[in-house]
Design a protein around this ligand. Structure first.
Ligand SMILES: C[S@@+](CC[C@H](N)C(=O)[O-])C[C@H]1O[C@@H](n2cnc3c(N)ncnc32)[C@H](O)[C@@H]1O
Length: 344
């Protein structure tokens, strides 16, 4: 059913792309093949001669027709990327020039954005809290709300002086673990991730930010009764975190094309009530959380009360719901669960 929704959306995107005079397939292929890397642009010896203001002509309208929001921000990010500069160093376009190659690259990237490829995939990197991490097509793009979730976890553990053994379930790009490791030097993180590309990217990001000695990523799909890889079968953790796929099946048609067409459905699909993967994490926590340890999850807006009921009715004596916390939009999104000291 979800694959069908994604297929239909991709078809619609091709129609939108045609209407805005760009090619969805060409745009996607040219960006993912890395034709426009900023390194290549910097190596160019051509003199810059094309005014950026001129190069921009027509693109706001094409992007608008394609349904892209915040066009000024998108264009500024793309111009900065093509020039090999940080976004915040481009104040306006006056006196900025492209070489011929940069101009061609800019047009390719704009085409990709018209085809609704997420800006994060086009640029190939994105900031998460204090870290700049690589992004990669099909690996889940860390969201701003996840920064709030991670900040909350950091705040709670900031004063703990003892070593903290953490497990992350479904680490994607590694953003959550890496931000926590960056802030808290006494944490050691082990992560599991079902996606091959995501596992590789998380390892690459750990190296990029110099945290690989405290972050180990296993390519493993958590399943009932096989929650962790066999080498971790007897491990317990002080803290388990996760942002499991939590989109309800019925919500898929409401998602933006950027999400459905380009992100991995395995990173999003939470089943009929959005808690299919979270339920596995609850069972994992019963087995792999030490008594007194905490499970923190980022979930969907309706989930905290439902999780509280599930804890009270199905996990009594094994896991205890502590609290739900709101994100900046006042949506109840983050849950804190404890394994009682008396549980075994
Ligand atoms: C919503 S994404 C979150 C990624 C990352 N934690 C973040 O916040 O950016 C969920 C991640 O869980 C992974 N995942 C889903 N089901 C899994 C399972 N059964 N075992 C391991 N990883 C899983 C997906 O591949 C995806 O990378």
């Amino acid at each position: 059913m979800l694959k069908l929704v994604a297929q239909q959306l991709r078809h619609q995107m091709r129609l939108i792309s045609r209407a805005s005079d760009v090619s969805y397939t060409k745009a996607t292929a040219s960006v993912t093949s890395g034709v426009s890397s900023s390194q290549e642009q910097q190596q160019s010896t051509q003199p810059p001669s094309i005014e950026v203001n001129k190069a921009l002509e027509g693109w706001p309208e094409k992007l608008r027709k394609a349904g892209v929001g915040d066009i000024d921000f998108n264009l500024k990010c793309l111009v900065a990327h093509v020039l090999g500069r940080k976004f915040n160093t481009v104040k306006d376009y006056n006196n900025l020039l492209f070489t011929d190659t940069q101009m061609q690259n800019f047009e390719r990237l704009c085409e990709a954005r018209c085809a609704r490829m997420p800006l994060q995939y086009i640029l190939g990197e994105w900031d998460f809290m204090d870290l700049t991490l690589k992004t990669s097509p099909s690996v889940f793009i860390p969201r701003p709300e996840t920064e709030e979730f991670v900040s909350k976890v950091i705040e709670v553990y900031r004063d703990v002086k003892e070593p903290i053994k953490m497990l992350e379930v479904g680490c994607g790009s590694g953003a959550m673990s890496l931000a926590i490791l960056h802030a808290l030097p006494n944490v050691q993180s082990t992560a599991i991730e079902r996606g091959n590309a995501a596992t590789e990217l998380a390892r690459e990001n750990a190296k990029l930010v110099g945290l690989e000695s405290r972050f180990i990523v296993y390519h493993h799909t958590m399943e009932e009764d096989k929650y962790l890889p066999s080498e971790l079968a007897n491990e317990t953790y002080d803290l388990i975190i996760g942002n499991p796929p939590y989109v309800k099946s019925e919500e898929f048609p409401l998602l933006q094309p950027e999400v459905v067409c380009y992100e991995n459905l395995n990173a999003l699909d939470g089943g009929p009530d959005g808690l299919r993967v979270a339920r596995l994490v609850f069972n994992l926590a019963c087995k792999h959380l030490r008594p007194g340890g905490k499970l923190w999850l980022e979930l969907g807006e309706d989930h905290p009360p439902l999780v509280q009921t599930i804890m009270d009715t199905q996990y009594e004596g094994r896991l205890r719901y502590i609290a739900g916390y709101k994100d900046q939009y006042k949506r109840n999104r983050f849950v804190e669960i404890e394994k009682p000291e008396t549980a075994n």
